[in-house]
Write a protein that binds this ligand. Structure first.
Ligand SMILES: [Mg+2]
Length: 318
C-alpha cells in the first residue's frame, strides 16, 4: 500500500457555540460543511475535467501546458463552469431521495428518466441503455454484466452517502439499489462501496487514519484496486477510475493538486474529476478550494447543492 502523505489539520471552521446537534449525528454542522464541500468538489471536478475528457496527457500538455482553469469547451463545447451528467445525475438522485424520504428505486429511475428527457448535454451508453430498459420493462435492476463495469453508478452516489450518514447500515443497500438501475457488476459494486465508504468517513471525521485503514482492508479483499503501481489508465472502467482517484488523492497534499493531477490525466476526466472532487472536497473542506473554480461554477448548481444537502440531512431527522 502506498504511503499516505501526511496532511495537516483540517482547515474547517470550528463549531459555532450555538450549534444544534442532531440526536443521531454528533458534530452535525461540521459534517454538513464537509457534505456540501464534497458536493461542490464533485461539481468542480466535473466542470474542470469536462474540458479534457477523451484527451491524452500529451494532447493536454500540447494544448494547455497544464489545464488549470475552468474554461469550459472540450468535446461538449461547454460554457465555463457548466457541469455534465456526473453532477446532474447526483442532483436527480438527490431529488428522488428527498421526495420519497427513503430509497425507492422506482422513484430514482423516474427522476433519472426525467433528467434523460431534459436533453442533457451528455449521457453514458450504459445509463441510456439501463433507463430504456426501465421504460420498456419496468425493471429497476439491470441484468448482471460480466464484462462491463463502468463508473456510472459510482459517479452519482453522493446523495446516498449524505442521506445515510446517520444510518450507516443503509449505505450499502441504497448505494447498490441506485447503481444497479443501470450498472450491475461485482467490480462496479465493490468500487462504489469502497469510494463511498471513504467519502462517508471523510465527511464524518475529516481525518486520514480511518481512510488509510479502510483502504488497507479493502485492498486485501479486492487487490484489483491496488494503485501502488498506477500506470495512468484513466478511462471509464471502474477499476481505472478507483485507481486514478486513489492515486491522486493519496499522493497530493491539497484539493487543487489532487484535481489538477486528475484532469491533466485526461481520459474520463470529468467523471474521474467528479469522484476525486467528492472525496478530496469532503476531506479538505471548501475553504481550501481555489476561488477561481468556486466562482466560475454554475450558480444554479451551487444553490441546488446547498439546498439538497439541507434536505438530505433532514430525511432521518423528521
Ligand atoms: Mg460527464
Amino acid at each position: 500500500m502506498p504511503e499516505f502523505v501526511p496532511v495537516s489539520a483540517m482547515n474547517s471552521p470550528a463549531l459555532p457555540h450555538n450549534a444544534s446537534h442532531s440526536l443521531y449525528l454528533p458534530g452535525r454542522h461540521l459534517c454538513q460543511f464537509r457534505a456540501v464541500s464534497a458536493y461542490l468538489g464533485l461539481a468542480i471536478g466535473d466542470a474542470l475535467g469536462a474540458t479534457t475528457e477523451f484527451m491524452t496527457p500529451h494532447e493536454i500538455q500540447s494544448q494547455f501546458r497544464v489545464h488549470r482553469n475552468m474554461i469550459g469547451g472540450g468535446w461538449l463545447r461547454l460554457k465555463p463552469g457548466q457541469v455534465t451528467d456526473d453532477t446532474e445525475m447526483n442532483l436527480a438522485l438527490g431529488q428522488a431521495l428527498i421526495e420519497a424520504k427513503t430509497m425507492q428505486p422506482g422513484t430514482v429511475a423516474d427522476f433519472f428518466v426525467r433528467w434523460m428527457r431534459s436533453k442533457p448535454v451528455d449521457i453514458g451508453d450504459t445509463v441510456s441503455r439501463g433507463l430504456r430498459r426501465y421504460l420498456n420493462q419496468g425493471t429497476v435492476e439491470a441484468m448482471p454484466e460480466e464484462f462491463s463495469a463502468g463508473n456510472g453508478g459510482l459517479m452519482r452516489n453522493l446523495p446516498v452517502i449524505i442521506a445515510t450518514l446517520s444510518e450507516p447500515h443503509l449505505m450499502e443497500s441504497w448505494s447498490l439499489a441506485q447503481a444497479r438501475i443501470t450498472h450491475h457488476n461485482p467490480l462496479s459494486d465493490a468500487g462504489i462501496l469502497l469510494i463511498s465508504e471513504l467519502t462517508r468517513l471523510a465527511i464524518l471525521h475529516g481525518q486520514e487514519a480511518p481512510l488509510q485503514s479502510t483502504i488497507h482492508h479493502y485492498l486485501q479483499k479486492y487487490p484489483i484496486f491496488d494503485f501502488s503501481h498506477y500506470r495512468g489508465e484513466s478511462d471509464g472502467y471502474i477499476v481505472h477510475t478507483v485507481k486514478t482517484v486513489l492515486h491522486y488523492f493519496m499522493h497530493t497534499l491539497d484539493f487543487e493538486s489532487c484535481l489538477l493531477g486528475i484532469v491533466n490525466q485526461g481520459g474520463d476526466a470529468d467523471t474521474n474529476g467528479a469522484v476525486a472532487g467528492m472525496l478530496a472536497g469532503a476531506f479538505y473542506g471548501m475553504d481550501q478550494f481555489p476561488s477561481r473554480w468556486l466562482k466560475k461554477l454554475n450558480p444554479t448548481v451551487k444553490d441546488q447543492i446547498h439546498s439538497q444537502v439541507d434536505q438530505l440531512f433532514e430525511i432521518f431527522e423528521g
